[in-house]
Ligand binder design. Structure first.
Ligand code: DAH
Length: 329
């Protein structure tokens, strides 16, 4: 009996130290500790011993069983921990992942580019609020109340007298109310329209307004300025056209289209801005004498300009905040 106990103890020690994974551990458990294993077998055989020998081995057997069990538990714990840390193992041989620095949104970059070009042409920058009065957004710009021209711009009204500006043109009104001619400024900002959202239109977009009021300002100067802008922004070869149009606050009025041929698609004209000679009624509304002064004005859509320049075909992508889109610029 004594010999068997010693052998089992020695075998267990040598086998448990070689265990390296849960499967090997299970083999050891089956061999020594399972119901038919070597240790329970010893206890079975112990029962057959003559009663005078029992006290001699009883204690030794218990010590053996406890020491084997506790050694087994200790190794099991080690193996379990190892399996867990394997899952979290960091592979130090993997190539590094580049951290992306944030950058200015492509619309803001475009606004700055537009601004820089007009600054170089002698324009200053003026800003107005996005929450605007009905008066500045419509009335002062020669949209009479209930005039159908108001339907051109579906409006988010806040209450009867206030709204989210539908264009940057009310900033012209503010500028002319606050400063005396000569005036030459651009007015960038956000505008809002209650329109069905699609690839072509969104409830929010950006415009850059322009205004020049002085003695003897002519349509030819307006044309010259806008062509100079288009060539600087899009390149000398840009194809453009001026087309007669209507706005309540300009007379005569025009729109400028530029030619767009998206890759693999048929080319077409794309409207990028409205413009014209400031209507004498508007000058009168802000207290400028239309006999003494004339002016031109224009308002361009920043999204459309950016779409044309960067080949973007869905206006919604500007506002989705999808990093895969933003990262390209
Ligand atoms: N405010 C017009 C719009 O949003 C654009 C516009 C047209 C602005 C003619 C102007 C202008 O200053 O003269 O559709």
């Amino acid at each position: 009996m004594q010999e068997r106990i010693k052998k089992i103890q020695a075998d267990f020690e040598s086998e448990i130290t070689k265990v390296g994974n849960p499967a090997e551990l299970e083999q050891v458990r089956i061999k020594f500790l399972s119901r038919k294993g070597l240790v329970p077998q010893l206890f079975e055989d112990f029962k057959q011993l003559p009663s005078d020998e029992k006290p001699k081995y009883g204690k030794t057997l218990n010590i053996l069983k406890n020491s084997i069990q506790s050694k087994f538990d200790q190794i099991k714990q080690k193996i379990d921990n190892k399996a867990e840390s394997d899952v979290n193992l960091v592979d130090l041989s993997l190539p590094g992942r580049r951290a992306h620095l944030g950058s200015m949104h492509i619309l803001m970059q475009t606004m700055y580019e537009i601004r820089d070009i007009f600054k170089s042409l002698g324009f200053s920058v003026y800003e107005g609020p996005e929450l605007e009065s009905d008066y500045n957004n419509f009335e002062a710009l020669n949209f009479p109340e209930d005039h159908p021209a108001r339907d051109m711009q579906d409006t988010f009204f806040i209450n009867e007298n206030f709204l989210l500006r539908t264009h940057t043109s009310p900033v012209q009104v503010r500028l002319m109310q606050n400063k005396k001619p000569p005036l030459r400024a651009i007015m960038p900002g956000k505008v809002y329209r209650n329109e069905a959202i699609s690839a072509k239109s969104y409830c929010l977009f950006h415009q850059v307004e322009g205004l020049y009021v002085d003695n003897d300002v002519t349509f030819a100067e307006l044309k010259g300025t806008l062509v100079a802008f288009a060539k600087q922004f899009f390149g000398e070869e840009i194809k453009y056209r001026f087309r007669p149009s209507f706005f309540p606050f300009t007379e005569p009025s025009a729109e400028v289209d530029i030619w767009w041929e998206p890759k693999g698609k048929e080319g077409r004209w794309m409207e990028i801005l409205g413009c014209g000679m400031v209507d004498p009624n508007v000058l009168e509304n802000v207290g400028i004498d239309p006999e003494k002064y004339t002016g031109y004005a224009f308002g361009m859509g920043v999204e459309r300009i950016a779409m044309r320049k960067y080949g973007i075909d869905d206006i919604r992508t500007f506002f989705d905040n999808d990093k895969r889109f933003l990262i390209q610029f």
